[in-house]
Design a protein around this ligand. Structure first.
Ligand code: HAM
Length: 413
């Protein structure tokens, strides 16, 4: 019979790999709680219009990459391609915002994008996401970037590049957009890809983000946003840079960084690595002050970032598995029940370990004990069963094995 296989771009994480995810999640929880972030868990399925309205119809994510389908009542639903839109929706719906109040949320979970799978790029992938609502100040952007850096340092990842840019605001961006349109007009339109030919008028910034090599070359000398910032955006950007400088956080200014989602204003950033193949971005984020209002909430500033866990996992390398406290070797099958129950008592005491259920020769049991990496091997055979004892073999110590009363051994732990 043909075996049922997993869907393309969807991955099973077995214990060795899953351990990296648990490690990243606890590092994130540990780091973010120091900054006052609370966890928010939102659904993976949302109404399609949520993403279309927030990420932007003209983006690759909304235009090409969403898992969208009708439900049984023909309503269009989408598997979330990112967390921010859902977090904003939940925040607005909870009606918890009050003017002047700052709210901080983090969220961890799977996201879905119909992209071509390759190293570091899956159709189901996982993000660690952090968002601050209600803080228009540049210090909020600074805090986020420094928190992201602390989290990455905690993972032992120190060789990453932070790229930084400002995307301006509704006041200064129109003049930049016009400068871009004028620039595109000076080029032969036919040389751009089809998407860009359309976007150069409707969404001129998106052309700067196009991955097609010909388009990349054509925009190499396009005007840069940082020459068009209004005074407020200029001051905001300069404060963010001052904070990062003050913290000794190295970053590179990249005036061409536009990010792949439409909601950003002012600060945007991306963290990348050269050690994981062509998908170099491990994290990205920025400020999106207008989004809460666009989705029907009041005026409320917002800034955030997301890390891609698959890409961070590539950088983490192999994790050392934790060593179990014991391995319980059953060398007489009559002792199997008593051994299993004894192992249960050990675990109730807080020890970790396992028992080979089936029993077997002393040689094969010792091989299994060695393989498990346990600190002690507990041996249970016919004699131990009859005398209510346990034989303890110390795997790390130059110490003879000893046979002890089972109850006394338990009491000594
Ligand atoms: P993003 O840049 O689209 O931003 O995604 C953030 C990170 O998710 C990327 O840097 C990358 O590491 C990872 N990622 C994206 N797509 C894939 C994929 N197909 N496979 C594996 N990893 C992937 C956002 O999603 C924004 N919501 C970030 C944000 C939060 N901005 C403000 N708040």
């Amino acid at each position: 019979m043909a075996k049922i296989q997993k869907i393309k771009g969807f991955v099973d994480l077995f214990p060795d790999e899953a351990a990296k995810y648990t490690f990243m999640e606890s590092a994130a929880r540990g780091t973010f709680s120091r900054y006052g972030f609370g966890e928010l868990r939102t659904p993976v399925l949302e109404k399609t219009e949520l993403f279309a309205k927030s990420i932007g119809e003209d983006t690759d994510v909304v235009g090409k990459e969403m898992f969208t389908f009708p439900d049984r009542k023909d309503r269009s639903l989408t598997m979330r391609p990112e967390a921010t839109a859902g977090v904003v929706r939940a925040f607005i719906e909870s009606k918890t915002h009050q003017p002047g109040k700052v709210s901080k949320f983090f969220t961890i979970g799977p996201m879905f994008r119909y992209e071509r799978p390759q190293k570091g790029r899956q159709r189901q992938f996982h993000q660690i996401n952090a968002e601050i609502f209600g803080a228009p100040e540049p210090q909020a952007d600074g805090e986020l970037i420094l928190m992201l850096r602390s989290f990455l340092n905690r993972l032992g990842l120190t060789k990453l590049t932070i790229e930084l840019n400002s995307l301006g605001c509704h006041k200064c961006r129109p003049s930049y957009k016009q400068a871009l349109i004028d620039f595109y007009k000076s080029k032969d339109k036919a040389l751009f890809c089809e998407d860009c030919q359309r976007r150069m008028e409707t969404n001129p910034l998106r052309v700067l983000d196009c991955k097609v090599p010909a388009c990349k070359e054509l925009v190499a000398d396009a005007p840069v946003i940082t020459d068009h910032l209004c005074d407020e955006c200029e001051t905001h950007f300069s404060d963010v840079k001052t904070i990062l400088n003050g913290a000794g956080a190295a970053y590179e200014l990249n005036p061409r960084l536009v990010r792949g989602l439409d909601y950003y204003v002012r600060t945007c950033f991306e963290v990348s690595s050269n050690d994981i193949g062509s998908q170099t971005a491990v994290a990205g984020g920025g400020r999106y002050d207008g989004l809460i209002r666009n989705l029907g909430g009041g005026d409320c500033a917002a800034t955030g970032f997301a890390c891609g866990m698959e890409r961070l996992a590539l950088l983490l390398g192999e994790m050392e598995p934790a060593r179990p406290d014991f391995y319980l070797a059953v060398v007489d099958k009559d002792a199997a029940n008593a051994a299993m129950l004894f192992a249960q008592q050990l675990r109730d005491k807080g020890l970790t370990g396992e028992t080979g259920f089936a029993g077997g020769s002393m040689k094969s049991r010792m091989r299994a004990a060695n393989k498990s990496g346990a600190k002690v091997c507990l041996i249970m055979g016919g004699d131990e069963l009859q005398n209510e004892t346990i034989t303890v073999k110390y795997m790390d110590e130059e110490r003879d094995q000893e046979t002890l009363d089972r109850k006394l051994y338990l009491a000594s732990l």
